[in-house]
Each structure stands twice: as structure tokens, then as C-alpha cells.
Design a binder for this molecule. Structure first.
Ligand SMILES: Cc1ncc(COP(=O)(O)O)c(C=O)c1O
Length: 424
């Protein structure tokens, strides 16, 4: 169990909802995803307020790719926030959810993508990726006699490894002047993004070099034309999920001679899991806001600030509810749901997530116990430890809480159907 963060609040929530979860498992067929709207609302508020408390208004464009569940998208819209989409599919989902403002980000947009964007142009700001994309969009928009609001995605040294996206920051001035040539393009935004940020440094350094670049390469009148600065997503939440101590390098192939299952079941590790440290959102907000206030606002006086958090919003608002179908040994059993619910072998080697036996609830006693999924493959593992009061039995109900980010959205029809979502 993760010993660094205080998950008391999370545990209290599980305890409060435990009987409801058990009833759901009784009346609706497991496996199920459980969607917790309140968690989504809470995360949106916490994110927004963290910046607001530092004097910065942030427009949230929730990244649909992290979890596209309709109930979640609708919640974001109901809360007055917006959506970030990356494909025609996601754009259609965003429209269906009633989004009023949408950011369309993503590489290599093709003609059909741009045609759909143009169709919904009133709601959309497009983060462009290249001059050729700019030209193609300008052409399509001109034919339809509309003006599309656009920005461009840039990268700096801080987006190392993400150079497939956008243009180098040093080409921003050239891009800006090219965009002025097209009457069908209203060019007014700058965007950058990189994922998995456990601390705010990369945002701050990007903002610093960008401010310096804009100061040197743009006139004040040109800079005044910018209406939005989109700092992307990538805010890593403080998660219960952590790394297995027996595989701290997250190796996907364990040497054959190492009987790691035996090591786990014999409980050889004093600390079973290793925390993935991430700073709280308040620290991100404090430091980013400081840079926005001291460096950016004077350079780009007319910009609104946009952010595209995905994981931060979605991670805690979905849980998995499973039924233990077949206990094979005192230390191993198989549940009805399989890893097709998360799309890959997420919990086999890479990450630990707590599993609670709700039928025999115990928040203290976590035993080595392999919970397999029911797919016809040995690689279908939910985890190696289980919170349970007594020996797990056939029919016990298992909860894997706070697993909403990049799970439902990656789910596959591999062997089994993707299970339904239950709205709590
Ligand atoms: C452009 C863009 N924005 C936002 C996100 C969301 O990132 P995260 O879920 O890490 O916040 C991503 C994810 O890769 C992305 O590519």
C-alpha cells in the first residue's frame, strides 16, 4: 500500500459506498465500471480553484482521450467547462455532450478532420500542427466562407521526445506571418503539451523561454493579437496507484529463472509498493500562476489561459467492480472481469492498484493474493495483493477504486465484451 499520501478521505468514501457497491453487484451483472460524478466535479473544482486562489482564471478543456465516458463529458459541460478533442470521433462525442467550447488538438489532421472542424467552427479553436495543415484548413474554410479560430502547437527543449507534435518554438514568428495571409483563419493562440509531469518545472521553463522569444521576435501590436495560451495537460495526480517493489524498474520481461510469483506470495518485500511522487495541484498552480503573472501577462496582455487536464480529472471518478468467480488456491483466484477492461497488462508488471474485497472488507489487512481476470491468457492479472478480512471465497465482490484514467478509454473487445458503466 502506498504509504506516502494520505488516502484517509478516499478510504472513507469507499467505506461510505461499500453497501451500495455490494447491492449493485447483487442486482446488476458484474463486471462493471462505476462512474462517480461527484469525484469528477470535485477534481474540476480543485483544479480550477487551485489557479483561482493564485489569481489566475484557467479555462479547463478536459482531454477526452483520458476517459470518453458520456456521463463524464456531460459533467464537465454541466460544470461550465470545456472539452479538448483529438479526432473526429472525440469531436462528435464532445458535440453530443453539449460542449460549448472545444479545443481540437492532434497531429496530422486530414481533410475529413478539418471538414468536420469547419462544420462546427463556431465552437472550436484548432491547435494547428504545421504550415501544410494551416494551408489546408484555410482552403476548406474559405470554400465554406467561414473564419476558423486557430492557434499553433509549439515545442521547446522541455517537450523533448514530443517533436512529432507542432512546430519548433523558433518557427512561431514565421508561422504567425504565414497565418496572417489567410482571411479564413483567425490566428490567435499558442499551445504546448507534455504528459506525466510530477512537478511544475516543465511548464515554467517553457513559459519562460516562450516569453523571451515573443519579446524578441514579435512587436507589441503582434503580441496583442494573441487571445489564448494553452498550457496543455499532463498534471499527474497524487495516486494510490504505485509501483511494485518486486519490479521497481517496471520490466515487462522478468528473467525466467526468477520465480517472482513465489517471492510475492512468500511476501519477501518489506515495502510492497513504491509511491510515484507527484506534487499537489496547488503547487503546480502556485508556481505556474506566478510565471504567468510575472512573465507572460506583460508579453501577451490579451490572452486567456487554457489547460487540457485529462488524467487529473478522470483518474478518481471511475472504479471497477468485479466478482470472484473461481478461487483456485488460498492465494489465487479468478474474477469475472478481465484486463480487456483496461486494454493492456497495466497491473501485471507496471502498476499496483489496491484491490478491496468488499464482501469481507478490511482496510488494514492486505494479503498476498493473485487476482486474475477471466480472459483466456495467463497475462490477465489485476494484482498481487488483496485487502480482505478473511480468506477470499467464490462470490466475493472486489472493488478496484480510482482507475478512471486511460483505462475505459483503452478497453478492448479482446475475447470478452467491454462491460457497461454504472452511474453511481
Ligand atoms: C494535447 C494533449 N492535451 C492533453 C492531454 C492530456 O494529458 P493528461 O491526461 O496527462 O493530463 C494529452 C495527453 O496525451 C494531450 O496529448
Amino acid at each position: 500500500m502506498n504509504t506516502f499520501y494520505d488516502f484517509t478521505e478516499r478510504l472513507t468514501l469507499i467505506k461510505k459506498q461499500k453497501s451500495a457497491f455490494l447491492k449493485i453487484a447483487q442486482h446488476s451483472k458484474t463486471p462493471l465500471y462505476l462512474f462517480d460524478k461527484k469525484e469528477a466535479q470535485k477534481n474540476l473544482k480543485t483544479f480550477k480553484n487551485a489557479f483561482r486562489n493564485e489569481g489566475i482564471g484557467i479555462n479547463i478543456f478536459y482531454a477526452v482521450k483520458s476517459n470518453y465516458y458520456h456521463g463524464l463529458l456531460k459533467t464537465v459541460v454541466e460544470e461550465g467547462e470545456n472539452l479538448d478533442v483529438s479526432s473526429q470521433r472525440e469531436l462528435k462525442l464532445a458535440i453530443k455532450a453539449g460542449a460549448k467550447r472545444i479545443i481540437y488538438t492532434g497531429p496530422a489532421k486530414i481533410k475529413e478532420d478539418l471538414e468536420l472542424i469547419v462544420k462546427h467552427y463556431k465552437k472550436i479553436s484548432v491547435n494547428l500542427e504545421s504550415i501544410s495543415e494551416l494551408k489546408l484548413l484555410a482552403q476548406i474554410a474559405k470554400e465554406k466562407k467561414v473564419v476558423v479560430r486557430c492557434g499553433v502547437r509549439i515545442y521547446t527543449k522541455m517537450q523533448n521526445g514530443w517533436t512529432k507534435f507542432g512546430i519548433p518554438m523558433e518557427e512561431l514568428a514565421t508561422f504567425f506571418h504565414e497565418a496572417q495571409k489567410y482571411k479564413s483563419i483567425h490566428f490567435c493562440g499558442i499551445h504546448f503539451h507534455i504528459s506525466f509531469n510530477k512537478k511544475p518545472e516543465k511548464y515554467i521553463k517553457t513559459l519562460e523561454v516562450l516569453s523571451e522569444y515573443l519579446q524578441k521576435n514579435f512587436t507589441q501590436t503582434e503580441r496583442e493579437k494573441f487571445e489564448y495560451l494553452d498550457i496543455g495537460g499532463g498534471f499527474y495526480p497524487q495516486q494510490w496507484q504505485s509501483i511494485y517493489a518486486w519490479n521497481k524498474d517496471q520490466e515487462a520481461t522478468i528473467p525466467e529463472e526468477r520465480d517472482y510469483i513465489k517471492e510475492i506470495l512468500e511476501d519477501k518485500f518489506s515495502s510492497r509498493t513504491l509511491t510515484v511522487y507527484a506534487q499537489p495541484i496547488e503547487i503546480f498552480a502556485k508556481q505556474i500562476s506566478h510565471t504567468l503573472k510575472t512573465e507572460v501577462q506583460k508579453i501577451l496582455p490579451n490572452v486567456s489561459f487554457y489547460a487540457e487536464p485529462g488524467r487529473y480529472i478522470s483518474h478518481s471518478c471511475m472504479h471497477f467492480l468485479l466478482n470472484l468467480v473461481d478461487v483456485k488456491t488460498p492465494q489465487m483466484g479468478i474474477t469475472d472481469g478481465g484486463n480487456n477492461m483496461v486494454g493492456w497488462e497495466l497491473f501485471q508488471f507496471y502498476y499496483y492498484a489496491p484491490i478491496f474485497n468488499l464482501s469481507q472488507f478490511d482496510e488494514e489487512r492486505e494479503i498476498p493474493f493473485i487476482t486474475y481476470g477471466s480472459l483466456c491468457t495467463p497475462d490477465d492479472i489485476w494484482g498481487y495483493y488483496l485487502y480482505t478480512k478473511g480468506q477470499p471465497k467464490d462470490g466475493d465482490v472486489f472493488l478496484i477504486p480510482y482507475q478512471g484514467a486511460y483505462t475505459y478509454t483503452l478497453a478492448q473487445q479482446f475475447i470478452k465484451d467491454v462491460p457497461p458503466v454504472y452511474d453511481l
